[in-house]
Design a protein around this ligand. Structure first.
Ligand code: ZN
Length: 110
């Protein structure tokens, strides 16, 4: 220890403090990136949930049936798709059937 002058010790301390400062600046950058990514996620529009189910007959002349997703009525013989309320509204406007006693789809018209 006696070989090290007071000046050597101060330079050593300076190096350590520079490394600490560089690390703190890295942490600040990482935190800023995290905050930006979080803000972007919060600003992104949420996908509309699929709250309706459409039963689509193979024969295009037959009527598409609309039910709420929680409805217990099933038509395994028909093509089934889960859709959003917006999509259900469009199908309804095109003539889809939505009078179901189980899920009362007509009362919950999208
Ligand atoms: Zn139903």
């Amino acid at each position: 220890m006696s070989d090290l002058s007071r000046l050597d010790l101060l330079r050593f301390l300076e190096r350590v403090q520079k490394q600490d400062l560089a690390r703190t600046r890295r942490w600040i950058q990482e935190e800023q990136q995290r905050a930006r990514a979080e803000a972007q996620r919060a600003a992104a529009p949420k996908a509309e949930p699929k709250t309706w189910r459409a039963y689509v007959p193979a024969d295009a002349r037959q009527t598409v049936e609309l039910h709420r997703v929680e409805c217990r009525i099933e038509h395994p013989e028909l093509d089934t798709r889960e859709i959003t309320a917006t999509e259900a509204r469009k199908l309804r406007e095109m003539g889809a059937e939505m009078s179901c006693q189980q899920c009362q789809a007509s009362e919950a018209a999208p």
